[in-house]
Design a protein around this ligand. Sequence first.
Ligand code: HEM
Length: 135
Amino acid sequence: MDFVTLVVVAVLAFVLVAVFIMRQKAEYGAQLQQLQPKKPKQFGIYTTEEVAKHNKPDDAWIIAQHKETKEYRVYDITEYVPEHPGGESILRNIGGDATEGFHGPQHPVTTFLLADEYCIGKLAEGEEVKFRSKR
Ligand code: HEM
């Protein structure tokens, strides 16, 4: 391959990657735009025992500790499972504490805005969270 061909291939590859990234961003932006509160939320206070009952892909709750407030929030992610860009990895700790994965480097800051949509409340004071669901 001569130098000119190499440059052309490199430029094409760059354009392809750039287009891909821009499309992903646009899609995600559109998703965020739809983030209007669908219905007034009623937040609840839950025990880990209650959360642990929701450990199936079609009934999936997780606990994740909020970085600033340190409170343990409960999320009902059932409707989000099929949309999760990280696929089924989101199911790894359903019914339990998913804090580590939730705050992983794969998640852009906007994830936490999106996640707010699925927050249904928090854990009761004094609940032990260092447990894994028994899936
Ligand atoms: C742009 C949006 C998102 C992207 C690109 C994304 C991507 C990913 C990827 C790649 C993983 C797998 C990490 C691994 O295998 O170690 C993951 C895990 C996870 N994601 Fe997302 N995600 C997104 C949004 C969300 C949202 C909105 C939520 C919550 C409603 C969420 C909750 C989780 C959880 C809880 C895990 C880890 C489960 C565990 O390890 O227990 N993600 N995500």
